[in-house]
Design a protein around this ligand. Structure first.
Ligand code: ADP
Ligand code: ADP
Length: 228
């Protein structure tokens, strides 16, 4: 089973240009995909469409056999089983690390909720920081907690928007290696957006290059070298 994305088109209301122009690709289970492009190339808009936060004018999106968007279908964001990690982490400042991670698990019993929160905190190696508040953590640690929170409900697909942009260069290098191993350990299919070639090449199984809303190239990192 795969993720099928076909011919997505989208223009913002006040704009004549398409922010996303016939975006198509298939993704295999467990793949880590990176969408690489300059600022304004439409990367975030693609993620917003997949998450259900924007409605495309055309196209189809099927998530492991289930249509999320199509001619007569629109599945609401909260029903899609898609996890999101934004640039600014958006952890709840008044909640501890543990409560932040438990937040999306209200369907589970109290025991299962605690168990799952512990599991994902262990996965990102933050189990010793459960009682801290976000402001008591470094940027890299907040990043890992945000990831744990997104992973906790077992999303079918994880979307990450410039997850390293708020970190300094040294920390970025460390975190992207970590992120790749966490994603692979969790066996989670994911798409992450970046304008940084190094990020894309370190983390992705395949890279999608985007320019002015259009896909210009899709391939493995080793096939991308030397292309504009
Ligand atoms: P990226 O994530 O690659 O920086 P975006 O998806 O944010 O690109 O933006 C794609 C295009 O859509 C850009 O030309 C941008 O100016 C435009 N755009 C983004 N958000 C809005 C908005 N809310 N209203 C109008 N235009 C927007
Ligand atoms: P990392 O590389 O994991 O992001 P840092 O090197 O930035 O961590 O931080 C090292 C230690 O300092 C960590 O154990 C972290 O808990 C602590 N620390 C960093 N920033 C803060 C802060 N603002 N308040 C309290 N502790 C902090």
């Amino acid at each position: 089973m795969t993720i099928e994305i076909k011919d997505l088109c989208f223009a913002y209301r006040n704009s004549k240009e398409l922010a996303v122009n016939q975006f198509s690709m298939n993704i295999e289970t467990g793949e880590v995909i990176s969408i690489l492009g300059r600022s304004g190339s439409g990367k975030s808009t693609v993620l917003r469409i997949l998450a259900g936060l924007e409605v495309p004018s055309e196209g189809e999106f099927t998530l492991f056999g289930e249509t999320m968007f199509g001619k007569s279908t629109f599945v609401q964001p909260e029903k899609r089983g898609i996890g999101l990690v934004f640039q600014d982490y958006a952890l709840f400042p008044h909640m501890t690390v543990f409560d932040n991670v438990k937040f999306g698990l209200s369907k589970l019993s109290k025991t299962d909720r605690n168990k799952r929160a512990n599991e994902v905190l262990e996965l990102v190696e933050m189990q010793d920081y459960k009682k801290r508040f976000p402001h008591q953590l470094s940027g890299g640690q907040q990043q890992r907690v945000a990831l744990a929170r997104a992973l906790a409900p077992n999303p079918k697909l994880l979307l990450l928007d410039e997850p390293f942009s708020n970190l300094d260069k040294e920390l970025q290098n460390k975190i992207r290696e970590e992120l790749y191993s966490i994603l692979k350990r969790a066996q989670i299919t994911s798409i992450f957006v970046t304008h940084d070639e190094d990020d894309a090449h370190t983390i992705a199984d395949r890279i999608v290059k985007l320019d002015k809303g259009k896909v210009t190239k899709i391939g493995r990192p080793c096939d991308m070298l030397g292309t504009p």
